[in-house]
Design a protein around this ligand. Structure first.
Ligand SMILES: Cc1cc2nc3c(=O)[nH]c(=O)nc-3n(C[C@H](O)[C@H](O)[C@H](O)COP(=O)(O)O)c2cc1C
Length: 436
């Protein structure tokens, strides 16, 4: 097959995936501080964790002046809906990004099975990111049972209609690229037909995870279809990233040449040590304690949810070390920096973050069940009274409060991502809970 110079044009606000070694989308492990650190160590682009369209729809966009992040939030479903009455009531952060440090290098990955909701969600975040990627590879039931992820590989027409809708209604107006992440199919012929169809939708990039849907993460990636996929993408002018068992930038560069792909994506190796993106001639992979210190600093800068920080540290600190054991009992950032031996340098800022997050020494006493019930009742009553007053004032117009409540009660209060985020403490910290 001859290579041609054909290229799907890269929109003005988008990025070309060619020549890039990138951080993979990882639910739980690909939150804001992980991405910022990967970029600091030399990742060329970063994918955010798959976030389902319905989770993003209905969120409010806030600029957080303390962390300099853009936060997409909604009120959590726990407790009363009125934070003035119930101080326990907090906004859940559905998606947090740092526009200055990652905006131009961040790809938002969407979980979807429907062109309309995909477009609706993607429109909300498109101005803040460099591209939108559709997840068509997650094999977990929470994804496939909703027709998302790897289920889309069985419905290529639907997948293509989602991509076309995103290209036309989100990519073109915002001048960003739309891409897709797939797995290989059982036969090269089936993969070839799928990739040809996908390349005809207007996408600028395609990532192929070189495992079939039933394959487990520990099974070695299969690369014998890769050259064929790269050739089809090149012919169509679509950038092709390879994924699966790529463990460092230097290894990636060799594989890119060997298989004729345009770039490579790294997941688990970067989850354990994001310095895998650092070239060998700049020192290569850094030792865990150095990386962990940088991670804690970054997590504090963006005030990352403490449970998520602790989970990530569980992936990064070797399990048998005393630091791992003390970290496991930490209840605050202050405890973490003490456990890691950085209290003198980072203790004060850790306490500041704890204060703002109301954790550790600053944790507020929890409401009793009876107090919460009373607060909920009072909040409901107050909301009812406010709504009544409003509907008296504006007879014809639907009340803003009513509209807001309907979004909140549409079953979206605890989107799958949040549920996954808030995985029970019983979950083994060192296990990768998701192997999508
Ligand atoms: C913790 C974790 C979370 C993941 N979440 C996602 C996700 O949100 N979207 C996705 O397309 N793939 C997800 N994956 C799959 C990875 O992006 C990647 O395809 C897979 O791990 C293979 O790459 P590797 O061999 O470098 O680990 C996840 C993987 C892990 C380990």
């Amino acid at each position: 097959m001859t290579s041609t110079a054909k290229r799907v044009p890269i929109p003005k606000n988008g990025v070309d995936y060619r020549g890039r070694i990138v951080l993979a989308p990882m639910v739980r492990s690909g939150e804001c501080p992980s991405r910022l650190l990967a970029l600091e160590y030399g990742a060329d682009l970063v994918w955010g964790p798959e976030t389902i369209d319905k989770a993003l729809i209905g969120t409010a966009r806030h600029i957080n002046p303390v962390t300099n992040t853009v936060d997409f939030t909604r009120l959590s479903s726990n407790g009363a809906k009125n934070p003035a009455i119930n101080p326990d009531q907090r906004e859940s952060i559905i998606y947090r990004l740092h526009p200055e440090k990652e905006g131009k290098k961040l790809i938002y990955q969407i979980g979807t099975s429907n062109p309309e909701t995909a477009v609706q969600a993607a429109k909300l975040i498109a101005p803040d990111v460099a591209g939108i990627d559709v997840n068509a590879g997650c094999p977990k039931p929470f994804s496939t049972s909703g027709g998302m992820g790897a289920a889309l590989l069985k419905k290529p027409d639907l997948l293509c209609s989602i991509l076309r809708a995103l290209v036309k209604e989100v990519g073109e107006p915002n001048e960003i690229g739309i891409s897709v992440k797939v797995r290989i199919l059982d036969t090269a012929e089936a993969t070839e037909a799928l990739v040809r169809q996908l390349c005809d939708t207007g996408i600028t990039g395609l990532t192929v995870h070189c495992r079939t849907t039933p394959m487990r993460p520990r099974e070695r990636a299969i690369r014998d279809q890769l050259r064929m996929i790269a050739d089809i993408c090149r012919e169509a002018g679509v950038a092709c990233l390879m994924n699966g068992d790529v463990t460092s930038r230097d290894e990636a560069l060799g594989l890119i040449t060997e298989f004729g792909v345009d770039g490579a994506m790294i997941a688990t190796a970067a989850e354990t040590n994001p310095s895998v993106f650092k070239p060998k001639d700049e020192g290569g992979e850094a030792p865990w304690h150095e990386v962990v210190k940088e991670y804690v600093k970054t997590a504090m800068e963006v005030e990352n949810r403490f449970g998520n920080t602790k989970y990530l540290l569980g992936q990064m600190i070797p399990g048998k070390l005393p630091a791992y054991k003390s970290m496991m009992t930490a209840k605050s950032y202050r405890d973490i920096v003490k456990a890691l031996g950085h209290d003198a340098e980072l203790g004060e800022s850790a306490s500041d973050v704890d204060k703002r997050l109301e954790i550790g020494a600053f944790e507020k006493p929890k409401m009793t069940k009876a107090e919460r019930k009373a607060a909920n009742k009072a909040a409901a009553k107050q909301a009812e009274a406010a709504e009544e007053k409003q509907s008296e004032e504006v007879q014809e117009q639907p009340s803003a409060a009513g509209v807001k409540r309907s979004a909140e009660t549409a079953g979206l209060d605890m989107p799958p991502d949040v549920a996954r985020e808030q995985a029970p403490a019983s979950m083994p910290e060192r296990a990768s809970v998701l192997s999508v």
